[in-house]
Design a protein around this ligand. Sequence first.
Ligand SMILES: CC(C)NC(=O)[C@H]1CCC[C@H]1Nc1nc(Nc2ccc(C(=O)N(C)C3CCN(C)CC3)cc2)ncc1C(F)(F)F
Length: 280
Amino acid sequence: ASDASAAAQKRWNLSDFDIGKPLGRGKFGHVYLAREKRSNHIVALKVLFKTQLQQSQVEHQLRREVEIQSHLRNPNILRLYGYFYDQKRVYLILEYAARGELYKELQKCKYFSERRAATYVASLARALIYCHGKHVIHRDIKPENLLIGAQGELKIADFGWSVHTFNRRRTMCGTLDYLPPEMVESVEHDASVDIWSLGILCYEFLYGVPPFEAMEHSDTYRRIVQVDLKFPPKPIVSSSAKDLISQMLVKESSQRLPLHKLLEHPWIVQNADPSGIYRG
Ligand SMILES: CC(C)NC(=O)[C@H]1CCC[C@H]1Nc1nc(Nc2ccc(C(=O)N(C)C3CCN(C)CC3)cc2)ncc1C(F)(F)F
């Protein structure tokens, strides 16, 4: 079996790793730099406390996250190599993203150039096309869930809110025979939540704030359902970028710009680096 699939099946334990510096705190515990002793492979070890998982009733979510992320193989999706647990903790063996957390980078830069934003959005669209092709929806695309790899490429992490959707048609009616292709592949319909979130992310990359931000939750909720989309005069953003965002932030989910069409949009074609790497 390839080393990757062998890694997935091996029964890991803490003595397989040299633990390095803490990388920071996740929701349910700390993350450490670590090196697997036999292969010298550098990884990130996410340590989760069982008591906290139980209190927050997220065990099923964690199981789904592990099940989904361990099967995904894409350069813009953070790898989950395996997991193990002891009396008190669950350990996730994850890919180490050498350049850290995107949200910190966005805070530091305030907002990104159109070329950087387009390069990131295109790479995320390709990763989401891959996920949707496997009937996986992320459902939680936001700066906090994105990490930056050693070459500057984005990595979608934290599949805690992702779901595996089966074709509803199969459950809703007996025969598929009379359904046209686009309905049989109804994942597009469900997966369109990720298109909306990618549109929000694109706006936030360019303006430094999400489009429907408000002081009160109730105001944000109203602005979302009314799609109260406004583009501030500063920073100056091309009308092509605004056109793309306007085609993604559409209330009727089936009318949102499909991800493969996004990759053909002039703003992406003219600004995104095809490698998905922003070289500045
Ligand atoms: C998506 C999810 C929601 N987020 C997380 O899990 C977060 C929670 C804590 C860390 C991160 N998780 C990961 N982080 C990395 N790499 C990394 C992170 C931070 C730095 C960094 O800037 N410092 C150490 C700096 C160095 C300078 N000092 C001053 C501050 C910290 C550098 C590299 N790789 C994999 C993971 C993963 F996901 F596999 F666990």
